[in-house]
Design a protein around this ligand. Structure first.
Ligand SMILES: Cc1cc2nc3c(=O)[nH]c(=O)nc-3n(C[C@H](O)[C@H](O)[C@H](O)COP(=O)(O)OP(=O)(O)OC[C@H]3O[C@@H](n4cnc5c(N)ncnc54)[C@H](O)[C@@H]3O)c2cc1C
Length: 533
């Protein structure tokens, strides 16, 4: 049996027995077979000595049981790693950052505590998935939509806490921003509520984020400071209609004006849906066969533009979408066309107004139904165990945040493409700039992971170098797999790593025994920092 680092076999056995007394014997897992699902299926350290492996898992049913587990863990100095549904594939899955930690698996806490149609919010526990919330809304025939990420089996809380994003209205796509009010169990078993929730009998816990005094919810985003046991999430009143149109522009440099127009439309909320940029000339991985006669992504701009003109192919397109009353949606598309017509040669297609809820035919051909707030798993086919990926074990993703300008896109792509080619990184997908958050883009550079340690080692070395090069150019990662969390944190180094030093000071104050999510996002408790140095 594996034991947590620095914990004696006796203390570990005593803790396991105490956990069993709290949650019941059936909900404490220690055998290799039972712990297999807590491995990170997409691990870049697969079967290597450094692979992050749990020593046990405990699955409580209530916040009170979480409190009891934390008190026992604190007493015996057992490291604990909470997950909600543990589907964070590409970013660590269900595995702890510190090997030997006990996974606190919250998926049994799957109650939807409240859905308020008039004020458009839900209060959920960590095990509530997007499928669960969607079904509850449908079953109760409520006039509400959810915003969900591509994988519908993830949890509302887990995804929001890891800074996840979705695909509908701009006010809801940033899931951490769309949360309102938390209940949190701290490392010592104390429980607190944030925002208005700190007021006993509060009537606006899910309506007013900021409550009174400093805003502490951010301390629990991508953090190691608490176990979130309840969270409010704002829902979208179901729109009456939807429309999507495509704008095309003929030249490479037109992206500069195009992004400015889109930003204006989004920042004035004239356009609410997620803008989806595309270009046939973007390097989509390095192994995608090009149509006959089409110049490759590293051909000269003159050649690319000549091909675009010859074949009447826009150099760039952006799909824009709208949610709202039919008259408004129609007017917003008309206004968009007027605004974008200032770009010479701009072309427009689509824009049909579709009444909501969507009919089956409205969904035909859509790879993902997320733009309609419908959770699914279809996108999973791009990642692992599919014909799209070789090897098929999964992927890790380098996810730099870049400026929301055309110049930003051009510069970032040139840098990523050149660097990835030079480092021979196994890039399988390099996404177009994704605009799930309103003020920046994120580019996902997805790299295949393998079960071959040599290949993984080369990928890790290259990935680390890519992180540094991107940071040197001002692009920071927003989220990464555990193998690289220290590397990314090291790049946020302003004023001799003042931010990390602040995180460490808070960590030492709130969790002095350093038992909760040790090492997550590069923040290590004091005893492990001292050991490392
Ligand atoms: C093909 C593919 C497509 C994807 N598409 C998207 C996408 O569109 N958008 C997106 O955002 N992500 C996407 N992901 C990433 C990921 O799968 C999702 O974000 C998923 O929702 C995360 O899993 P989860 O919700 O089960 O979170 P969990 O794994 O439960 O949680 C994530 C992390 O947050 C912390 N945590 C979780 N719960 C708690 C808690 N209650 N208290 C304290 N800490 C906690 C833990 O450290 C945990 O490791 C994609 C992944 C793949 C492979």
């Amino acid at each position: 049996m594996r034991t947590p680092p620095g914990v004696s076999a006796e203390d570990f056995a005593a803790a396991i027995a105490a956990f069993q007394a709290v949650v019941g014997r059936d909900w404490v897992f220690t055998s290799d077979e039972d712990l297999e699902p807590y491995r990170d299926a997409y691990s870049i350290l697969w079967s290597e000595p450094d692979e992050r492996i749990a020593s046990a898992a405990v699955a409580p049913l209530t916040a009170e049981e979480v409190q009891a587990v934390m008190r026992i863990a604190n007493d015996k100095r057992i490291p604990i790693y909470p997950i909600s549904t543990g589907k964070n594939l590409g970013y660590g899955g269900a595995a702890p950052v510190l090997s030997g930690s006990i996974v606190l698996d919250l998926k049994r806490m799957n109650r939807i505590l409240e859905i308020d149609e008039r004020s458009a919010y839900a209060l959920v526990e960590p095990g509530v998935t997007y499928f669960d919330l969607y079904r509850a809304i449908q079953d109760r025939k409520l006039n509400l939509w959810i915003d969900c990420p591509d994988p519908g089996w993830g949890s509302v809380i887990g995804n929001a806490l890891d800074y996840g994003g979705g695909y509908t209205h701009s006010s809801y796509r940033n899931h951490f921003d769309a949360h309102c009010g938390m209940e949190v169990v701290l490392a010592d078993g104390e429980v607190l509520r944030t925002g208005m929730g700190a007021l006993p009998g509060a009537r606006t816990w899910q309506q007013n984020k900021y409550g009174y005094g400093p805003f502490v919810d951010g301390l629990f985003k991508q953090s190691s400071l608490g176990v979130v046991t309840k969270m409010g999430i704002w829902l979208y009143p179901a729109p009456e209609a939807y429309a999507a149109g495509v704008i095309g522009v003929p030249r490479k440099a037109d992206i500069n004006a195009l992004v400015d127009v889109i930003n204006y439309l989004e920042n004035t909320v004239t356009m609410q849906g997620m803008p989806v940029f595309a270009s046939p000339f973007l390097p989509l991985g390095f192994a995608v066969p090009l149509p006959p006669g089409m110049p490759s992504s590293d051909a000269s701009v003159v050649e690319q533009e000549a091909y675009a003109a010859r074949t009447n192919t826009p150099f760039w397109t952006v799909t824009v979408s709208y949610y709202g009353p039919p008259e408004v949606v129609k007017a917003q598309w008309e206004y968009t066309k007027k605004k974008a017509s200032a770009i010479p040669g701009a072309s427009f297609s689509g824009g049909d107004v579709i009444a909501m809820p969507p009919k089956p035919e409205d969904l035909t051909g859509m790879l993902s139904k997320s733009p309609f707030g419908i959770p699914a798993l279809s996108i999973f086919s791009i990642g692992a165990r599919s014909e799209h990926s070789d090897p098929t074990e999964g992927h890790i993703t380098c996810s730099p945040i870049i400026p929301r300008t055309g110049e930003g896109i051009t510069e970032a792509y040139e840098l990523i493409q050149k660097t990835a080619q030079r480092l021979e990184l196994p890039v399988t997908v390099l996404t177009p700039p994704i605009g799930c958050w309103a003020r920046t883009f994120v580019i996902l550079v997805m790299m295949a992971v393998s079960h071959d340690p040599e290949k993984n080692k080369r990928t890790r070395t290259g990935f680390r170098e890519l992180i540094k090069i991107l940071a040197d150019h001002g692009y920071g990662e927003y989220r990464t797999a555990p193998a690289f969390q220290d590397d990314v944190m090291a790049t946020y180094s302003f004023n001799n790593h003042a931010l990390l030093r602040f995180h460490e000071a808070v960590k030492d104050a709130i969790d002095p025994n350093g038992i909760l999510s040790a090492g997550r996002y590069g923040v290590w408790p004091r005893h492990l920092r001292e050991k490392k140095s």
